[in-house]
Design a protein around this ligand. Sequence first.
Ligand SMILES: [Zn+2]
Length: 187
Amino acid sequence: MKKYVIILIGAISINGTRSGSEDSSLNVLYLCAPFLLGDYMYDNKYMKMALKEAKKAYLIGEIPVGAVIVYKDKVIAKAYNEKEKYNDVTRHAEITAIRKASKKLNNWRLNDCIMYITLFPCPMCASAINQARISKVVYGTVPNYDDYEKTVDILNNNYYGNPVDIAESLLNEECRQLIQDFFKKMR
Ligand SMILES: [Zn+2]
C-alpha cells in the first residue's frame, strides 16, 4: 500500500510539473484517491476489528489472534483464538471465522470473501482457508517459524481449493506488538 501512496504522490507531481496547473493535479488526486486509498481504508478498518478480536483472546490468556471475514464490504464473521478454553486445536480464530461465515452464507464455498487475520495462518488454517475458497487473506504479522514458505504454498495450492491472494496489512506493527506483549507477559 505504501507503494500506492508513493505512486499517487508521483503521479500528482509529474502531472503538476508537466501541466503547471493545480487543477490537473487535483483531478488526478480525485480520480485516483478512492481507487488507491480504498484498500488502505478497508485494510485499516477490518484489521482494527481483527485486532479487537485478538485482544479478547489476550484477555483470557490465549495467544492473541483475531480474524474477520468480509463479503461484499460487509463483515460476516469475527472470531478469536479459543484453543485453551475449549481444549480444541481446531479453535483457531481462522477456523471459527470460516465456520461462522459458512453458516451465515449457508455455503461452505466462501468465494469473494476476504479474511483479515492478525497473524499469518498456520498450515492447518491455511489449508482450511484454501479449501473454503476464500479469495484473499490480509495478514498482520508473521510468526517466527520455518514453515512460512510451505504455508504460502498451501494457500496457493489449487488441488483442494482455489489459490488465495495474500497481502500484508499496514497494521503489521500493532499486530506484532500484541503478540510480543503476550509472550512477555507469559514469561
Ligand atoms: Zn491456525
